[in-house]
Every structure is written in structure tokens, then in C-alpha cells.
Write a protein that binds this ligand. Structure first.
Ligand code: BEZ
Length: 397
């Protein structure tokens, strides 16, 4: 774990607030420093490290449009590597809130870790902005006025793939994933869509997170001879899975389908092995939208990397926060108005415009994509304006 902030920075911020009061410039409620503090709790090491970095980079990029400010106030980032370790989730979130006094908790990638953040956000009333982790509970039974997500629920991207697979004539499918919340919920989404039409899941394979020893499972898949395989993997594990699948000789005989994370941010590493893979996701590299083109160019210029879904979601989290804080002119104490403005925002995202559901989760198009020449290319809309069912959420919006 690594918290990067400094006492000097904190004192500078406090001094600025007092100075502002004395000089007649805008002041902030007692106890607030001049800067809005965002606690960045993301994985900066391990299999999800690149995902964490992209989600943080793009947040900063989004805020450059407003001079790096939120509602006119400077922003200070306090970063913490959560290591995708669910066991430390609550303690890490609590540390950012109680020791670093952050105004906003931002994170994370891993569904198990976000559950700890949700717990602490609910207990403390701190605004939680989730830029990736799709845990259904965060915008389901544990939804709350102060919890927002700019990404997806784990159910959303794979659910439409059930129909895509069925329409392709596949009837017997093997599923495979890491055994943790995101994997289980993603497989659940695909299974719901596929079996409702009459498809059959012949075997569910789960391996511990973040294991990448897939050989024995791939041998079993070869012997089962299903019509197709549907998987959820992401980050470093996704890169390895796709290469192993091809190396096991399955690529030509058993089509590999995935929730789109399978080919996000890892296409270079997967190379030729990824070509032709079909996935469903709320983004595609070549979406023909001015916002997407500008975003990809700006991101490349700023970070010398191709943008991916994790960057898109971080960018949109920044736009959502900017809309909310603009409405309250940076007043972190005006929580009801802040949340109302965020709920009412239409985000002009690189994925296409979206609004939030009553449970604070994007209502968004899910695209069917195919990997072509090292890009996730859109080949259709698998489900228009899909909202998570938000089962168990009592928010009325
Ligand atoms: C999750 O744990 O929720 C997750 C991680 C990586 C990609 C997508 C979802």
C-alpha cells in the first residue's frame, strides 16, 4: 500500500482557503481545504495494474478541460495501490477518508475490492465514484445516494452476448472465468441471456483469481467439444488466456466469445491470437463519433498509449464529477444538490451519450465487436440503451 500525499501540501491548501477568506475571494465551508481531495484507490500493481493506471490517467485528462479543477476549486489526488486485494478494501478506503480527509473516494477496478469501498462510503456518507468495478450490489441492494458508477454492472456487457451466441446457432456452450464476483456475475449475465432462448451451458469452469495456468482447463474444453466458449477475463489474465487458447489449437475449431474486457488494453500483447474474437461491450475503438475521435487523440497525446474502455470510464467519471461540482460551485457540503446534478447529467462520452439509471449506473448501448487488425471494431449494436435491472435497489431517483 502506498499513500502519496504530503503534510506540506495539506497545509498549503488550508492556508489558501484562509487566505481566500481574507481577500474576499470565494470561501468554502469550515473544515474544507481550498482543494478538493480525491482519494484514488486503484490497482497500480498486479494483473489489473494497467487498468488502474488508465482509469486514473483519463480522470485527470477529463479535468484538464476545466483547468484541472472541479467547480472552480483545485484538485489534489491522493493515490493508494489497492493491489486488487479485497481483504484490505475496507481498511484502505477508511484510511483515505479518515487519515487523508478525502472529499471523494475514487475507485476501483476489482469487484471484491469495491465492496469494501461501498461499505465505507455508506457508513461515512462520502461520495464514491466507481470508474470500473461492476459489482452488481453497488447499484443493486447496496445502492445509495452517494454511490455513482461511470462504467457498467457485471451483468450488462455479457447479457446481450447470450442472444448473439444463440443467433449464431450455438446451443452448447462452456463458460470459464476467475472465481470471484465479477466473473460469476458476468457468466450469470451471459447464461441468463443464452438459456432464456434455449441454449445450454454444458460446463462452468472457474479458476482462482488471478491464476493464469489454463492448460488443463483448455484440454478439458477440447474434449467437451462445445459449440463455443464464453469467458470473462481482463488485464494480464485476458492477454494470457487468448494466447493459450490459440496455442492449444482451439481457435479454429471452437469459437471464443467474451465479455469485451477480454480484448481491452491487451490487443498488442495478444497479437494474431485475438483476431476474429467476438465480444460485447459498451465501447469499441472505432466508434464513429467526434467525441471518441477527439478523446482517443487527446489520450494518445497525453500518455503515449492507445485509449481503451478503462480510460473511457475514467474520463466519463471526470465528466460526471465536473457536471456535479459545477452545479454546486465546488461546495462539497451541498450534497443533495451535487447528487441531483450528477443524476440529471447527460454524459457526452466516447462510447456515445449516456445518462444514469435511478440506481446511478449508466444506461448504455452494448456493442458487438470483432477484433480486426489489432482493433476492437464495432460490427453492430447488440442491445440498445441497456439498463442494469438494479435488483434490490430502493433508490427512487
Ligand atoms: C471487476 O472486478 O469488476 C472487473 C475487473 C476488470 C474488468 C471488468 C470488471
Amino acid at each position: 500500500m502506498n499513500i502519496k500525499t504530503s503534510r506540506r501540501k495539506f497545509l498549503q491548501g488550508t492556508g489558501a482557503a484562509l487566505g481566500a477568506a481574507a481577500t474576499g475571494f470565494p470561501t468554502f465551508a469550515i473544515g474544507q481545504t481550498a482543494k478538493i481531495k480525491i482519494g484514488i484507490m486503484m490497482p497500480f500493481t498486479g494483473t489489473y495494474a494497467q487498468l488502474g493506471e488508465a482509469g486514473f490517467n483519463a480522470l485527470k485528462l477529463a479535468l484538464t478541460a476545466s483547468g484541472g479543477k472541479l467547480g472552480g476549486r483545485d484538485v489534489e489526488y491522493i493515490t493508494l495501490d489497492d493491489e486488487s486485494n479485497p481483504a484490505r478494501g475496507p481498511a484502505n478506503a477508511e484510511k483515505l477518508i479518515k487519515e487523508s480527509n478525502v472529499d471523494i473516494l475514487y475507485g476501483t477496478v476489482h469487484s471484491g475490492v469495491v465492496m469494501g469501498m461501498v461499505k465505507i462510503a455508506r457508513e461515512t456518507g462520502t461520495l464514491l465514484m466507481i470508474p470500473n468495478a461492476g459489482a452488481g450490489a453497488a447499484t443493486g441492494p447496496l445502492c445509495a445516494p452517494n454511490i455513482f458508477r461511470s462504467s457498467f454492472s457485471n451483468w450488462q456487457p455479457p447479457f446481450p452476448m447470450g442472444k448473439v451466441a444463440y443467433d449464431k446457432g450455438y446451443r452448447n456452450v462452456v463458460t470459464m472465468t476467475w472465481k470471484y464476483g465479477a466473473g460469476e456475475e458476468a457468466i450469470g449475465g451471459f447464461t441468463e441471456g443464452f438459456t432464456a432462448l434455449g441454449g445450454k451451458i454444458v460446463k462452468e469452469i472457474m479458476v482462482p483469481f488471478p491464476d493464469v495456468e489454463f492448460q488443463a482447463n483448455l484440454a478439458e474444453i477440447a474434449s467437451l467439444k462445445p459449440d463455443a466458449v464464453f469467458v470473462f477475463f481482463a488485464g494480464g489474465g485476458a492477454a494470457k488466456y487468448v494466447k493459450d487458447y490459440a496455442a492449444a489449437g482451439l481457435r479454429k475449431s471452437i469459437p471464443l466469445l467474451g465479455s469485451g474486457f477480454l480484448t481491452e488494453g491487451v490487443l498488442q500483447a495478444q497479437g494474431e491470437a485475438a483476431e476474429g474474437i467476438l465480444t460485447t461491450l459498451h465501447y469499441a475503438d472505432n466508434l464513429d463519433l467526434p467525441t471518441n475521435k477527439k478523446f482517443r487523440a487527446d489520450y494518445k497525446k497525453a500518455f503515449n498509449k492507445e485509449a481503451d474502455i478503462y480510460a473511457v470510464q475514467g474520463y466519463d467519471a471526470g465528466l460526471l464529477l465536473a457536471a456535479g461540482f459545477k452545479a454546486v460551485k465546488g461546495d462539497t457540503g451541498a450534497k443533495a444538490e451535487l447528487y441531483k446534478a450528477m443524476e440529471a447529467a447527460t454524459i457526452d462520452s466516447p462510447r456515445g451519450k449516456f445518462t444514469l439509471s435511478k440506481a446511478h449506473n449508466p444506461i448504455q448501448d452494448i456493442y458487438l465487436r470483432e477484433v480486426r487488425k489489432g482493433q476492437n471494431e464495432v460490427i453492430g449494436v447488440a442491445h440498445k440503451a441497456l439498463a442494469d435491472p438494479a435488483r434490490g435497489c430502493k433508490l427512487t431517483g
